[in-house]
Design a protein around this ligand. Structure first.
Ligand code: ADP
Length: 381
């Protein structure tokens, strides 16, 4: 089908689509900003003011996807929403007149956000170990925990001090070669805080502007999980150089992670890549069986071979599915920065404030984080 006839069919389908609660169809309501057709891709740009609740915005995106999916053939379909009147262009997102420009942190070369669409997938664990890995590779690194719903940096790194104020500026805590700042220093543990949009923006601005970061090569920011209004506000408030999205390989988590990725793309923040966490579990009995199979090589080679086959099949257990994030990264054309196994020492280290990069600096899991740090910080191996 020619590009023009495909465009006509897409627009026709969209003109039949009405949005819940609105009398007009999608075209008449002005929500549709443009359709871009490429050889392998169709992008549909929507204008959805950020005042609309995110659930409603996503419902419109889902309805558009459902209406067009059957028409695009082999092409991939991406439905993107911008918060204000953004023409479908690759340039920086325009600012609404009342919005302040995103905050650039003076003296910091690269601001990296670590995000996830769901809680509990290991976002904070990745943020902390990535920061430590960058520091171990010789970089000057800051780590800022902005997880509004459960800042965990103090627990993960065993921080016991409070930041001091010097010359009206907050001094980050210096620990393990990192400069640390967290919302957790200012909220009472165990007492949930309900954050609203304007409060998020002003609190983050204040925390960042008042902190004496000094000169940093990288500032790693642990964002709150999800793709709601608070996250959107944070992303718009800060000038981010790149985002990393953490997901487990389960199909449901991946669907959400893609949504997170689209959120960053819509706001024109480069996605540095996906991290697949809890990719597999190495069965701990395997090492003992390998020793046994070695011993059996001479006396009973058939049994040794049988053991080897058993090990091949069962040594690595793919608890949440195999390689789903890897496949998704390929489909979305973003790098897969790392696959991190389930490692009981990662959990135990997190609970006791001793991250794996400090506990087992030369082990396999630390090597994975160092590889990730090299990719993110463009550090030659
Ligand atoms: P999030 O920031 O996404 O909520 P956390 O980093 O706090 O997630 O991790 C949730 C829990 O899972 C923590 O107890 C952490 O130690 C554990 N965890 C994270 N990644 C791994 C892993 N690869 N192997 C074992 N435990 C992990």
């Amino acid at each position: 089908m020619s590009e023009e006839s495909l465009r006509a069919r897409l627009l026709e389908a969209l003109s039949d689509l009405s949005i819940d609660g609105q009398s007009q169809n999608l075209l008449a309501s002005g929500v549709l900003r443009g359709v871009e057709i490429e050889e392998k891709l169709v992008r549909v740009h929507l204008l959805q003011p950020s005042s609309i609740p995110s659930a409603q915005r996503f419902a419109v995106e889902d309805a558009v996807s459902a209406a067009l999916r059957g028409l695009v053939g082999e092409r991939e379909l991406r439905v993107l929403s911008a918060g204000q009147a953004a023409a479908p262009s690759k340039q920086a997102a325009p600012q609404a007149p009342h919005e302040e420009a995103p905050l650039r942190i003076e003296g910091v070369s690269q601001v990296i956000a670590v995000a996830s669409a769901k809680g509990g997938v290991g976002k904070s664990t990745v943020a902390v170990n990535l920061a430590l890995a960058l520091a171990r590779l010789g970089r000057r690194v800051g780590l800022l925990d902005l997880d509004l719903y459960g800042p965990s940096l103090q627990t993960l790194l065993g921080v016991r001090e409070q930041p001091q104020v010097r010359g009206e500026r907050l001094q980050p805590i210096e620990l393990h070669g990192l400069r640390l700042m967290s919302l957790g220093f200012f909220v009472e543990e165990g007492r949930p805080v309900i954050w609203r949009g304007p409060m998020v923006a002003s609190m983050v601005r204040q925390l960042i502007e008042d902190t004496d970061w000094g000169e940093l090569d990288h500032l790693v920011i642990d964002l709150p999980p999800g793709t709601g209004d608070a996250q959107l506000t944070l992303i718009k408030t800060l000038a981010l150089d790149g985002a990393i999205i953490v997901s487990t390989p389960s199909n449901l988590a991946i669907v959400d992670a893609v949504r997170g990725l689209e959120m960053f793309r819509t706001l024109h923040t480069p996605v540095l890549g996906l991290v697949e966490n809890m990719s597999w579990f190495d069965w701990p009995g395997a090492a003992a069986l390998r020793v046994l199979s070695g011993k059996l090589q001479e006396t009973d080679p058939a049994m040794a071979a049988q053991l080897e086959r058993l090990l091949e099949r069962h040594e690595r257990v793919y608890v949440f599915g195999q390689d789903a994030a890897a496949r998704e990264a390929q489909r979305l054309e973003v790098p897969l920065l790392a696959q991190v196994p389930v490692d009981t020492r990662l959990r135990a280290g997190g609970d006791h404030g001793r991250p794996i990069l400090l506990e087992d600096p030369d082990g396999q899991t630390s090597a994975i984080f160092l590889g990730m740090a090299r990719a993110v910080g463009a550090i030659p191996g």
